[in-house]
Design a protein around this ligand. Structure first.
Ligand code: KG4
Ligand code: ZN
Length: 407
């Protein structure tokens, strides 16, 4: 018996919303037969951030080989698939278009249904997929859940409720409770890392270096977002461009990271850390130019103690803010569990402190595995499963929606 004989509801997931080209095959939204990710980090590292035109070009180059690799890994053929799921937003327009065009062509040629998946719903389903894998050993996560999606483009709080028994409630329901007014948390990590001469993406470097600094060395106060009646009907400015009016949201659940970023910049300038950051940037670029990735000890050796202290203090402050808003929302919405997901959910201090606080409050908390925290297509195929089961298919004229909202 081949692996697919035992599987029903085989969904091919395709993800290309930012700088990862990914394909995965997931059976019935719970068994991952294959998950392949081609990261473009090396391409964008040179520019210190994602360059949209380069991202589209890389997706075009990678999409077909990545899909074929996923099918090979899953030991299935195109004919075995039951549906093709693809991220249709939010994200970079040109990048999304590559995945969508490929998925539409496949669905048309194979005569299989096409399913459109919101990238943020994908991140939430990364945790649920992880939970299904663990179900033999652990009790299922109690619902409804408060979901904190925290990545390079998003910092959002949703109340997530599973499908009900009624036909009109066949899909998950999401209510937006909070979001960032400006930068996403991952964007703040990346910008601060860039300012300090560390590589791109900066989040993983800050995570690895923070344990060598004193998190209390530079006091960054909690950001307080005041009521924003003047924002009624307006949409906040963020890189992720997920736009929802914020006036209706409780200001206690709103995030803001641009002030923290400016405070770090001011600290760098007033304490004379700029020249050491430039020297570090040049030294790291010289290592990367030899085709080698620098190790953490090597990068640490290039950082003076005040820089390590700043890194630790910055990370602690981001986590302070995330904790403050997430648990304020938890107190108000009274969910039965908390999910933390997205690239920044890979952060060690964040995981530790969310676990501690949740256990203090008697709330279950769950994260995806590290591989499922950052962008991948298994989460897209998993999120597509309830839509497949409910027959909610997309038309073949599906378009990219860079500003797609979840709620
Ligand atoms: O979810 P993701 O792969 O892409 C988006 O949807 O944005 O998230 C990428 C973001 C980047 O900003 C990256 O710096 C951040 O996640 N990140 C981290 C860590 N690993 C990735 N931030 C903090 N600590 C980490 N360990
Ligand atoms: Zn993402």
């Amino acid at each position: 018996m081949t692996r697919h004989d035992a599987a029903r509801g085989l969904i091919l997931g395709i993800e290309s919303s930012c700088d990862e080209t990914a394909a995965a095959v997931v059976a019935e939204g719970r068994r991952t037969l294959a998950s392949v990710v081609a990261s473009q980090t090396a391409t964008h590292a040179h520019w210190g951030g994602v360059v949209p035109e380069l991202a589209s070009r890389e997706h075009l180059r990678n999409i077909a080989p990545i899909v074929h690799a996923a099918l090979r890994q899953a030991e299935v053929g195109f004919g075995d698939l039951d549906a093709i799921a693809v991220t249709n937003g939010p994200g970079l327009a040109g990048a999304l278009l590559v995945g969508i065009s490929y998925a539409k062509a496949l669905a048309f040629a194979l005569g299989k249904p096409l399913i459109a998946v919101n990238h943020l719903e994908g991140h939430i389903h990364a945790v649920l997929l992880e939970q299904k894998l663990k179900q033999q050993s652990a009790a299922p996560l109690p619902m409804p859940a408060l979901a904190l999606v925290v990545s390079g483009g998003h910092t959002h709080l949703f109340l997530a409720e599973p499908p009900g028994d009624q036909p009109d409630a066949a899909l998950w329901r999401y209510t937006l409770l909070g979001r960032t007014l400006d930068d996403a948390a991952g964007e703040a990590f990346d910008k601060v890392a860039k300012l300090l001469g560390l590589g791109y993406p900066g989040g993983p470097w800050i995570d690895r270096l923070a344990p060598f600094g004193d998190p209390r060395a530079v006091p960054f106060p909690l950001t307080r977002v005041k009521s924003k009646p003047h924002l009624a009907g307006k949409t906040p400015r963020t890189k992720g461009a997920v736009t929802s009016p914020v006036a209706a949201l409780d200001p206690r659940f709103l995030f803001s990271f641009s002030g923290l970023k400016t405070a770090v910049l001011r600290h760098v300038e007033t304490t004379g850390l700029r020249s050491s950051a430039l020297a570090r940037e040049a030294a790291l670029q010289a290592i990367v130019a030899t085709g080698r990735r620098p190790g953490v000890d090597e990068v640490r050796a290039l950082c003076d103690q005040p820089t390590l202290d700043l890194i630790a203090s910055f990370q602690a402050s981001v986590v302070d803010n995330l904790l403050d808003r997430a648990f304020a929302a938890a107190e108000s919405a009274d969910p039965r569990s908390l999910l933390v997901t997205g690239g920044v959910a890979a952060n060690s201090e964040l995981r530790l402190r969310f676990r501690e606080e949740a256990s203090r409050r008697g709330l279950s908390v769950a994260f995806p595995s590290l591989a499922l925290s950052t962008d991948n297509a298994a989460m897209i195929a998993a999120a597509a499963w309830p839509r497949f089961a409910a027959g909610r298919f997309a038309a073949l004229d599906l378009e990219a929606d860079p500003r797609l909202t979840l709620a």
